[in-house]
Design a protein around this ligand. Structure first.
Ligand code: GCB
Length: 911
């Protein structure tokens, strides 16, 4: 690269040099230059019908890459999202500086089938949405000065039975959602046109006696018409940039050919080792020179020296020392961006995983941005990467061939990352066994799966002898074992959910022992475990499947204890680092799988703090409980303190003991159990400061402080004069924080002197074996689904004993027994076979206060439709000795109520 060019890069002017029509640069470029080609693409969706195409053309938009077309439709109330053909096009003007260059289009990822056309001619078709591809477009370009070239990339994310994934609990968002660049290369350059890698494989090896070597395998393209004598030089530099070793080798290239070479760096003595604690990286620069010493190409790789092994009894070893692998899996999407997420933001995920104390990332269920693996290298996170063969396969030779290509692309594109220790290729592949009604045919299907696994296994081992191979299975051990699938990979991963989809948390340990006993020769990794944790839902009586933050904490405590204590478990990977989009899911937060330790926009939930308390070596204390400052407590009859209430504040710590101070006054000292204390704190209205001081070996080791703005929801509405609003999540025993950060409290039966419902049954899902607290169907037209998803049915009245005065009453309804086309949740195996209610219930009721009708003949199904929120607001004057009785009078079927909000207006008129 010449000096002028370097300076332009420093000034951020690459784009103006190459694309601005006002610049007629004559610069001659040395070696490899990568130019961003991501701005100003014209994008449109293509529909099948001609009329539609015309319409769509009018809706052409200008987009920058990375881009996805599915940001909005995966979150709306309409099931499904656009899975079809689209087109991106852009114009490229030929530059004089490109004379004698090869122009290679590099596409980071396009989901999932892409076809590249240059000036109307098809140049490349690529299959698979999660790996990169390169296209040398030089020969298709109009190479006159300023010559105009049209680049079209057609992309479709349609269902294709020959391309994995066929199904899955994530969304197959379409788009060119990783970077696109133009590589400006010399006629002689490193290249891998078939598998999209850089063309250079760096195999850094080190053994237990710390003898290190680097073997390079490379491919060089000579696109020129002449024979060429070149020199390949590779230089290993330490982290300070000091050259440690330099090796050169001469090669002769035939015209118009690909030349393969090998080059070794031997005897690298006692290199510094790479590990999660100290991820020391060397740098390897490999150059091609012509016979006059002019640099033609160069590649820059990070090198980390480490050795590792898995043992079926003793777990994982890195550099000769045992290391429990603990971390999380990661999906690549982000709130409001789909899968088109800038690198800088993606890398933050790994910074968070590291800050959590994690040392392992399962890149699941597909290869992700190379920036992710680069960050693993430099942050010190070990990693597994896998191709998206999820749930099921198609028994076709094309499906197999596509899978082989994906596996090879993954291995070749990511090979050089020292962080990678495992290649995976199947996830829960027997979750959706085909031919459920024809057992004989099903056995044949199982055999096809095992045979595909064997081929992928052989391919992986042939591609890379230095990593382990892995298949991740779901909890049906016997099926995987009997079909022989457990024999195929070097490592078996298990995705285990007892205590979530079924069973008890305590079954997890038993299941691990069982697997280990039955399969003693295989190293075992817990590749998934997790519980939904909707950050808006809290409970002081958490139960399985309630989606509360508190249940998730218990679940993770139980699992972490077993993973950390059992030596034969090489490690455990939480599902998932963050909440992620899964369009077909409904439940408390429609379209989102909430098993993340972080929210979809990466805010820490309490479970993340729990992991920090378990995994961090440095002293740690954190007060959990909520997002933001707003809190609420409710006064309770047995502690009838007016104007204050009790709250169990979660404190997470790895210290011996913690002291808690409320507004500067000590509440005593307590010891964490399973890295947590639930501290009962009595809070009155207004601002409070809580401070947790952690002590280790008698010394203050860390401190956390939080300001709480507290609201008190009274039990006794008459004695407590200062309340303003009461919000009740009817039919629910969980607390809910709405989109305005207001807290809604669990319901209660009426007691004299307080408030509550008279008669009525909590709504329960029919035909389910699991705990359930309402429907799991998306409530249309609201983001506050949990408020509408629970309900009292057949209630007689809702009653408040309160001071006379004016009030606003808001009632919330949704018909939960309506017709429903929701698909049963795939991962909830207990649910799978059971049918939902299909027919709507016709119910009509009046709402009255005393002699006044607030609403007559209310039919929620007719007014709002099924599973759609309906609100009714009324102003009422209470003068009858402070009793507000809202009666629900059935006309047809049973009356319902989903939530109620009571607000004082013009306080205490007519006391
Ligand atoms: C699994 C799948 C994963 C799901 C997860 C869940 O076993 O491998 O893709 O997202 O369960 O949350 O149900």
């Amino acid at each position: 690269m010449n000096i002028i060019f370097k300076q332009l890069i420093n000034l951020g002017c690459i784009a103006c040099l190459f694309f601005s029509s006002s610049v007629h640069a004559q610069t001659v470029l040395d070696g490899r230059v990568s130019v961003d080609f991501s701005s100003n693409w014209k994008f449109r969706k293509e529909e099948a019908s001609t009329d539609r195409i015309v319409k769509q053309k009018q809706r052409e938009e200008i987009v920058d890459l990375p881009h996805t077309w599915n940001i909005a439709d995966v979150m709306d109330d309409k099931p499904g999202y656009y899975r079809g053909a689209t087109q991106y096009h852009n114009i490229l003007y030929w530059k004089t500086a490109w004379q004698n260059k090869r122009i290679v289009l590099h596409v980071g990822a396009a989901n999932q089938e892409a076809t590249v056309f240059v000036n109307g001619k098809q140049v490349k078709a690529h299959i698979g949405g999660y790996t990169a591809f390169n296209v040398d477009i030089t020969d298709y370009l109009n190479r006159r000065v300023n010559g105009k070239n049209t680049i079209v990339i057609q992309v479709t994310n349609r269902f294709n039975q020959d391309i994995a994934p066929l199904s899955g609990d994530f969304t197959f968002l379409g788009g060119i959602y990783r970077k696109v660049s133009l590589l400006l290369l010399d006629q002689i350059h490193f290249a891998d046109p078939v598998y999209g890698s850089s063309g250079l494989r760096v195999n850094a090896k080190i053994d237990s006696s710390e003898n290190a070597t680097i073997n390079l395998d490379g491919a060089i393209q000579n696109a020129s018409a002449s024979q060429q004598a070149i020199v390949i030089e590779t230089t290993l530099m330490d982290a300070d940039g000091v050259a440690v070793k330099k090796v050169q080798q001469k090669e002769n290239l035939k015209p118009h050919s690909q030349h393969n070479f090998q080059l070794n760096i031997a005897e690298i003595e006692q290199p510094r080792l790479w590990s999660p604690d100290l991820p020391y990286l060397y740098r390897l620069i490999t150059r091609i020179y012509d016979s006059n010493g002019r640099q033609l190409d160069h590649l820059d790789n990070s090198v980390g020296f480490r050795w590792f092994s898995f043992h079926p009894e003793k777990g994982f070893f890195l550099n000769g020392k045992p290391l429990k692998l603990v971390g999380a899996s990661r999906h690549q999407d982000f709130k409001g961006m789909g899968n088109a997420v800038p690198d800088t933001l993606q890398i933050q995920d790994l910074v968070k995983l590291k800050a959590m104390g994690g040392n392992f990332l399962r890149v699941a269920h597909y290869p992700q941005d190379p920036a992710i693996l680069k960050a693993c290298d430099s942050l010190g996170l070990l990693a597994s990467v896998e191709i998206p063969l999820v749930n099921e396969i198609t028994e076709s030779s094309t499906f197999a061939a596509n899978s082989f290509q994906m596996q090879k692309e993954m291995i070749r594109q990511y090979f050089n990352h020292p962080s990678i220790i495992i290649w995976g290729y199947m996830n829960e592949i027997f979750l959706r066994p085909h031919f459920p009604k024809d057992k004989e045919r099903q056995e044949k299907y199982f055999k096809s799966v095992v045979s595909l696994a064997e081929k992928l296994e052989a391919l992986t081992r042939a591609e890379d002898t230095t990593r382990y191979t892995m298949i991740a299975n779901h909890g049906n051990f016997d099926l995987y074992h009997r079909t022989g699938l457990t024999k195929v990979p070097m490592l078996v991963g298990w995705n285990l959910y007892p205590g979530w989809y079924g069973g008890k948390i305590a079954d997890f340990g038993k299941q691990l022992e069982h697997i280990h006993q039955q399969l003693p020769e295989k190293p075992l990794l817990v590749t998934e475990y997790g519980a939904d944790a909707d950050y808006r839902i809290h409970s002081d009586k958490p139960v399985r499947f309630d989606k509360s933050i508190e249940y998730a904490i218990r679940y993770h405590q139980g699992y972490l204890n077993d993973i950390l204590r059992k030596a034969f478990v090489a490690g455990g990977v939480a599902w998932n680092l963050s909440d992620f989009n899964s369009e077909t899911r409904e439940e408390s937060m429609p379209h989102i799988n909430t098993k993340g330790l972080l929210t979809w926009d990466r805010k820490a939930k309490d479970s993340y703090f729990l992991y920090q308390a378990y995994l961090k070596k440095a002293p740690f204390v954190k007060i959990g409980g909520t997002f933001g400052k707003k809190w609420a407590v409710r006064t309770e009859p047995d502690r009838a303190l007016i104007g204050s209430g009790w709250l169990k504040l979660p404190i997470f710590s790895n210290a011996d003991s913690v002291e808690l101070l409320l507004d500067g006054i000590s509440l005593g000292v307590s010891k964490p159990v399973d890295r947590m204390i639930l501290w009962p704190v009595n809070l009155s209205r207004g601002l409070h400061t809580v401070k947790a001081q952690a002590f280790h070996n008698g010394k203050l080791s860390s401190v956390d402080e939080m300001v709480m703005d507290c609201e008190v929801l009274p039990y006794d509405l008459k004695k407590d004069k200062d309340w303003q609003e009461l919000r009740i999540n009817v039919g629910d025993n969980r607390e809910y924080i709405d989109s305005m950060e207001n807290r809604w409290f669990p319901d209660q039966p009426y007691e004299r002197g307080s408030w509550g419902y008279l008669k009525g049954e909590k709504y329960r899902l029919k035909n389910t074996g699991r705990e359930n607290l309402g429907t799991d169907v998306n409530i249309r037209g609201t983001g506050d689904d949990p408020l509408f998803q629970t309900q009292l049915q057949g209630l007689e009245s809702y009653r408040f004993d309160l001071p006379n005065g004016n009030y606003e009453v808001e009632l919330f309804f949704a018909e939960l027994d309506g017709p429903n086309d929701k698909e049963n949740l795939l991962y909830d195996l207990e649910q799978r076979e059971k049918k939902q209610e299909k027919k709507g219930i016709d119910r009509v009721f009046d709402i009255r206060i005393g002699g006044h009708a607030l609403a007559a003949d209310l039919n929620v199904l007719r007014e709002a439709g099924a599973f759609r929120g309906l609100r009714r607001k009324f102003q009422v004057k209470v003068h009858d000795d402070g009793n507000l009785v809202i009666s629900f009078i059935p006309k047809k079927g049973e009356p319902i109520l989903n939530a109620i909000r009571l607000k004082k207006i013009n306080q205490s008129v007519n006391p």
